[in-house]
Design a protein around this ligand. Sequence first.
Ligand SMILES: Cc1ncc(COP(=O)(O)O)c(C=O)c1O
Length: 421
Amino acid sequence: MVIWSRIRKDFPVLSELYDGKSLIYFDSACMALKPVQVWKAMEYYYKYLGACGGAGRSTHSLGVETSLLTEEARDKITNFIHAESSNEIIWTRNATEGLNLVAATIPLEKDENVVTTTLEHHSGMLPFFKRCKETGSELRLVEAREDGTLNPADFEEKIDDKTKIVSFVHASNLTGTVAPLKEVVKIAHEHDALVISDEAQYAPHQKLDVRDIDVDFCVLSVHKACGPTGIGVLYGKYELLESLDMFMVGGDVIEDVVYEGNKVIPKYLPPPHKFEAGLQNYGGMLGAGAAVDYLTNIGMDNVHNRELSFSKKLLEGILELDKFEVLGPLDYKQRAALVSFRPKSDAVNHNDIVEYFNEMIPNHKILMRSGNMCVHPFQYQIGIKPNKGEGVVRASLYIYNTANEIEIFLGALEDFAKAIE
Ligand SMILES: Cc1ncc(COP(=O)(O)O)c(C=O)c1O
């Protein structure tokens, strides 16, 4: 049994007053708070090691221990997503870097196309937009439905035998939509297209089994999963990683650089080191390992079940007020633990709401995010105009939130709605 009040204590910021008020942190879709276990793991590196890791580098004791611990962290990620081998796990700076890596290195010809959706985070959209522009290939966009859901039949229409890549977000950071992943993977693979899933918002909240979903590549954002900033993960099936072009080159990715006849001939390492150029974020890797240990100890099914009940309360509570337009599907079972909304009246805008909840609630600061959540295309599609300053407020939840916090928020939102009538 998980004692959630104990979990909450691992996040000391939530027990402290900030400007004399208690914090209600509803911005975990942007960045999750970090439990003590994560910064202790990083502290160990900075306090007791501080040295260089990596195959064949510093062979002294501090270097060897750094290598051992960082490879152990890689193994933890491997188990967390049920990859076949730790050689399939590449450390990146964040999910964005992983998406750029695959977009830049999968061979793509002019007569081929890439299929993605209007619901993508810009980090999932622009690397493919850029690559298609460079290669002259076509970028095909599946439009999400008005309610933010994705229809497998729309993928079927866009994917053909010239489709090289199908890339899409598993759980949307804007609408909370959970994609029909397995159906899309099946359609893509029937056409021999490679599938990339953006797991930035899914993996921190639900069990992810890459072998079961059979994606070819996926990316994780460690800072959204209780881990440190500046570290992310790219997963890829080993033989595909082997076949990709190089991304960044330099130290740490080579077996040898032969000099012969006034020429250099580099020999590159196999994956995962092939994609980890330069000295790495060793402290971040240890933090990432501690973060997945932390989530695994709670149990991803426990995380998901708790969030489902919170999602229901939050979504239904906002809808009941009837003063706000909610983006995404209206059935909480179809969505992640976040709600983006905007007032039906234009007496206030999204930024005013976030400021009000940050500053004006007695005894509490309720921290949310306003803006466009880096998903402009879908907002244009449904009539919200980011270029005219229009946007939404997003309340997003995680393991440290409580039912009581949702009640306080809904009460304050009701007061706010009355005040702007
Ligand atoms: C769905 C989605 N994909 C990608 C990203 C980018 O993640 P990162 O900050 O790790 O690059 C985000 C961040 O908000 C996101 O929500």
